[in-house]
Design a protein around this ligand. Sequence first.
Ligand SMILES: Cc1cc2nc3c(=O)[nH]c(=O)nc-3n(C[C@H](O)[C@H](O)[C@H](O)COP(=O)(O)O)c2cc1C
Length: 149
Amino acid sequence: MTSMQHEPIQVSSIVYLSRTTRPFGPDDVVELADRAAEANELHGVTGYLTYSEPHFTQYIEGPETELLAVWDRIQNDARHKIVQSVGLGLAERRFKDWAMTLIDPMWHSAAGSIEAIHELLSAADNGMGPSSEIASSLRNLVSEVSVSS
Ligand SMILES: Cc1cc2nc3c(=O)[nH]c(=O)nc-3n(C[C@H](O)[C@H](O)[C@H](O)COP(=O)(O)O)c2cc1C
C-alpha cells in the first residue's frame, strides 16, 4: 500500500544584491526586516535578508504572482538600488518558517555560502560566466543557507 505523499509546493524565487542609497543603522535594518516579514506573511512569501554595509543580499520565494508583487515593492524602494538580480526559477520552498529572517552574514554558520552568493552576484554584474551556471550555483548556495538557518 502506498502512503499519501504531500507534493512539495513549487514556488518561484529571486536572489539579488543591492546597494544602499543612504546610511542604514542596525536598528533601521531590523525594522526593515520586521516590516518585510509582516508584508510577506500576508502573501506567502518567505526568505532571508543580509546586510553588510553598503550592500543587501536578499532571497525571496513564493507563488509567482505574490513574489512578483513583493519584488516590485523591493525594486521601487528608493533606499537602495538593485545591483544584480537572478531569477532561480521554480523550486521547493526552502525557508518554510521564515517570512523574512534577518541573517548576520558575519556570524551565521553558512557565512561562507552567504559570502559566495554576494561574490557571484557581483561577478554576474560584471558579465562573467553563463547565467544558467550562475543560477545553478546560486540555487545550491541558497540551499546551504536554508539548512543551517
Ligand atoms: C533591502 C530591502 C528589502 C525589502 N524586502 C521586502 C520584502 O521582503 N517584502 C516586502 O513586501 N517589501 C520589502 N521591501 C520593500 C519595503 O519594505 C516596502 O516597500 C516599504 O517599506 C514601503 O512600505 P509601505 O508601502 O508600507 O510604506 C524591501 C526593501 C528593501 C530596501
